[in-house]
Write a protein of this length. Structure first.
Ligand SMILES: Nc1ncnc2c1ncn2[C@@H]1O[C@H](COP(=O)(O)OP(=O)(O)OP(=O)(O)O)[C@@H](O)[C@H]1O
Ligand SMILES: [Mg+2]
Length: 436
C-alpha cells in the first residue's frame, strides 16, 4: 500500500475536497472519461430508488460503478452490494474498480483489501465495503443483511419476486438507504417498468432517467445508424432507444424466461452415466451458428456446453460437431434446412432436422412447455441466449424475428429439447455416456 507523505497530502488536499464534493469531477478523474450532459444526468440521478435505463454500450455500468465508488469513499463505514443475475455480471463492477485502482493512485490508496473469492469484495481504508452476490434462488443470498446501498446490474434480468421479497426489504430498516437499477428495458409487466414509471412521475423518493445510445459521447452516430439498418425495429427500440415495447407479442414472456434462470455456468464436460442431446442451428445469412448440449439425465435439464460463432467453414463446423458428439455420446439434431444439409451429411448418425413452418411451431411450443413445467434451467451466465429468448417473437405469420434475426440459440435449444422427447418424428434415442 502506498504511503502518503504529509506534504504531499497537503498539496493534494484541495483536489481531494473537490473529489468528495463533485461526483462528475470524481468520475472524470477516476475513469479518464469525458462525460457529456446525458451521462452526467445519468450519474447524478438522486432519490432513494433510482432507475437508470439506457441503450446498449451507453456507459450505464461504468457510470453506476463510478457513482457507487464515490458513495463508498465519501460515506465511511457503509456496506454496499452489487447484484446481478449471475456473479459474473456483478464482477464487471469490480473489474472497473480494479482498472481504476491501476490508473488512479487515490483509488489504489483507498483500497484496503480486495477479495475475489467466494465472491468479489473490496474493503476500503475508511471502513466501507462493496460486496457482490447473485440473485439466484429467489434472492436467498441477498436476504437477511441490511445494506446502505444496493446496485442492481442488468436489472431487467432480475425476477419481480426477487425485487419484492429480497431487495426491497434489504433496505427497509435504513431510511437513507439507496437502491440503484441499471439496464435496458424488457417487458411492461415487470417491477422495473413499475419503478421506472413511478420514478418519472415522482423524481424524489423514486427517480428515473433514460438515455439512448445516440446520446453516448464515445459512439459514432454513423455506427448506430448502421446497426439500425441491420436489426428489426422492435429490437432497436428496446436495446438502443431503451424503450419498453408496447405490444406483448414475445413468444417467451419475461416472467417465464426468468423463472427458468439459475446462476450456473455450463459444466463444459460430460459426466459418466449422464445422457446428452445436442441441437445445432447453422448460420444462415445474418445470424450465427449455435451449438447447445443439454444434459437430459434428469429433470430439470441443464445446458452442459454452449458454442456460438460466426463465419467458420462448414468443414470446421462439422469437425467440431463430430468431436462434441464423440465426447458426450450425444444424440445430435442438426437443422438440415438449406445449407445445413451438407453439414448434417458430414456427421454420421446425426438427425437431419428439416424445420418446416409447422415443425418450428411445434418445436418452440415444446421448448415453452419445458420452461413452463420447470423441466429446463437456463444459465444466468449466458446472456446472449436469454436476450434471444427476450426478443423472439411473432412477426406477422412468422415466429422468429424478421428474416431469422438472431434466433440461432433459441433454435439450437429447441432442437436439443426436442431430442430429449420420446419419439416425436426425428429418429430414435441414441446412447449417452455409460456409467462406470
Ligand atoms: N464517456 C466515455 N468516454 C469513453 N468511453 C466510455 C465513456 N463512457 C463509457 N465508455 C466505455 O464504453 C463502453 C461501454 O460501457 P458500459 O459497459 O458501462 O456500457 P453499458 O451501457 O453498461 O453497456 P451494455 O449495454 O453492454 O451493458 C466501456 O468500454 C466503457 O469504458
Ligand atoms: Mg452494462
Amino acid at each position: 500500500m502506498p504511503y502518503i507523505q504529509r506534504e504531499l497530502l497537503e498539496k493534494i488536499m484541495p483536489a481531494v475536497v473537490r473529489l468528495r464534493a463533485d461526483p462528475v469531477f470524481f468520475a472524470e478523474k477516476v475513469s479518464g472519461f469525458r462525460l457529456n450532459q446525458a451521462q452526467r444526468r445519468l450519474l447524478l440521478l438522486s432519490g432513494r430508488i433510482r432507475v437508470r435505463l439506457a441503450g446498449r454500450r451507453f456507459g450505464k455500468t461504468a457510470l453506476s460503478a463510478l457513482d457507487l465508488l464515490h458513495y463508498a469513499l465519501t460515506h465511511p463505514g457503509t456496506r454496499s452490494l452489487v447484484v446481478g443475475p449471475s456473479l459474473d455480471q456483478a464482477r464487471v463492477y469490480f473489474d472497473y474498480f480494479r482498472d481504476w485502482a491501476e490508473s488512479c493512485p487515490l483509488v489504489e490508496y483507498m483500497i484496503a483489501e480486495d477479495r475475489r473469492s467466494p465472491f468479489h469484495e473490496i474493503s476500503f481504508r475508511n471502513g466501507s465495503l462493496i460486496t457482490s452476490r447473485s440473485v439466484a434462488r429467489g434472492g436467498r443470498f441477498v436476504r437477511g443483511r441490511g445494506y446502505h446501498r444496493i446496485t442492481v446490474t442488468e436489472a431487467s434480468f432480475v425476477p419481480d419476486e426477487v425485487y419484492y421479497a429480497a431487495l426491497r426489504p434489504a433496505v427497509l430498516q435504513n431510511p437513507r438507504a439507496i437502491i440503484d437499477f441499471e439496464g435496458t428495458p424488457w417487458s411492461k409487466s415487470s417491477y422495473l417498468y413499475e419503478l421506472f414509471t413511478r420514478g418519472t412521475a415522482d423524481g424524489e423518493y423514486y427517480s428515473a432517467t433514460r438515455a439512448t445510445t445516440y446520446e453516448a459521447p464515445h459512439i459514432s452516430k454513423e455506427e448506430i445508424e448502421r446497426v439500425r439498418s441491420e436489426v428489426p425495429d422492435y429490437y432497436f427500440q428496446c436495446e438502443f432507444l431503451a424503450e419498453f415495447p408496447d405490444s406483448e407479442d414475445a413468444v417467451f414472456p419475461q416472467s417465464l424466461v426468468l423463472s427458468a434462470v439459475q446462476d450456473y455456468s455450463p459444466a463444459g464436460q460430460p459426466f459418466p452415466g449422464h445422457l446428452y442431446t445436442m441441437g445445432v442451428d447453422l448460420a444462415k445469412i445474418r445470424d450465427c451458428t449455435a451449438i447447445i448440449i443439454l444434459d437430459v439425465s434428469e429433470k430439470p435439464w441443464k445446458i452442459a456446453e454452449f458454442h456460438r460463432f460466426r463465419l467458420r467453414a462448414y468443414a470446421e463446423i462439422s469437425d467440431l460437431i463430430k468431436a462434441l458428439k464423440a465426447r458426450y455420446r450425444a444424440k445430435v439434431l442438426i437443422d438440415a434446412t438449406g445449407v445445413g444439409e451438407a453439414v448434417a451429411e458430414a456427421v454420421p448418425g446425426a438427425v437431419h432436422a428439416v424445420i418446416t413452418k409447422e415443425r418450428k411451431e411445434e418445436m418452440v411450443a415444446r421448448l415453452r412447455l419445458a420452461l413452463e413445467t420447470g423441466s429446463l434451467l437456463l444459465p444466468a451466465s449466458e446472456l446472449t441466449l436469454l436476450e434471444e429468448l427476450k426478443h423472439f417473437r411473432r412477426v406477422g405469420e412468422r415466429m422468429e424475428g424478421q428474416a431469422g434475426f438472431h434466433d440461432d440459440c433459441v433454435m439450437a435449444l429447441a432442437l436439443a429439447v426436442w431430442g430429449a422427447g420420446k419419439g416425436g418424428g426425428w429418429s430414435a434415442w441414441r446412447a449417452g455416456i455409460p456409467a462406470p
